[in-house]
Design a protein around this ligand. Structure first.
Ligand code: BEZ
Length: 247
């Protein structure tokens, strides 16, 4: 998991920016109790809290939670695993942006989410869906295989049908679900390798540091035609957005 909050914030603003309109979908209300699951460095938690909601931000990464506490000392942040958590007090909503595609198996996370919601509580989430970063991950996996590395993918990118079924099986009623492309401009000429260095850490854990520069070059070459344009790199994101209620 992410251990470098400074690098995350400096080079990957688009993760938070893309979550801003998910906060609008959440539509937090004064005094609502809201869990921000996979809160990272806490920017969206702070935005939710700004309307007067009582927010708890949770993240698996101690480093991210420490950075969130430092930036937003008035808010509450806890280190926790999305597959194994519970709270004494129920929440009015669970919000999650760009985090649940890191969580396997999804059923255990959905069971915890459903259990921590009060009656009528809502689950508002966006994660990578089917086809998400297919071009980047195909190129990376091929280039790793060409060098003798065969890692397991750390990601879970479900289809809308599969995720909707799991959400319903967890006891939540779906009010809205959508699967849509969101090509996302990365933040500089080195955007693709910044992305790979930050997010492909698990896939490249066995690759010696001295081999990485050449690996990133090869991945860039493989995807350039598909993902480079208008003077920059664009990640081939596909999002899955869900709003569901506990009845
Ligand atoms: C995503 O937001 O879709 C994503 C980010 C990093 C790695 C994999 C997926």
């Amino acid at each position: 998991m992410f251990q470098d909050p400074k690098r995350y914030q400096a080079k990957h603003h688009y993760v938070t920016s893309a979550g801003v309109d998910l906060v609008e979908v959440l539509d937090p209300q004064v005094e609502e109790r809201i869990l921000d699951l996979g809160c990272g460095t806490g920017q969206l938690s702070a935005q939710i809290a700004a309307v007067g909601a009582e927010v708890v931000g949770m993240d698996l990464s101690t480093e991210m939670v420490e950075a969130a506490r430092e930036q937003f000392p008035d808010l509450s942040f806890v280190v926790g695993d999305a597959r194994d958590f519970s709270f004494a007090e129920p929440f009015d909503a669970v919000f999650s942006n760009a985090a649940l595609h890191w969580v396997k198996p999804p059923e255990t996370a959905l069971a915890c989410i459903a259990a921590c919601l009060g009656q009528g509580g809502r689950f508002v989430a966006e994660l990578g869906g089917e086809r998400n970063i297919a071009t980047i991950s195909r190129a990376l996996i091929d280039q790793l295989a060409a060098r003798g590395f065969h890692p397991q993918s750390p990601w879970y990118f479900p289809s809308l049908g599969e995720y909707a079924r799991l959400v319903e099986q967890a006891g939540l009623r779906i009010a809205y679900a959508s699967h849509f492309p969101r090509p996302t401009r990365l933040e500089s000429e080195s955007g693709l390798r910044d992305w790979l260095e930050m997010f492909a850490e698990e896939l490249t854990a066995d690759v010696p540091p001295a081999m990485r520069g050449e690996l990133w070059d090869a991945v860039e070459d493989a995807v350039r035609l598909a993902l480079y344009g208008d003077g920059g790199w664009h990640a081939d994101y596909w999002r899955l957005r869900v709003v569901a209620y506990k009845e």
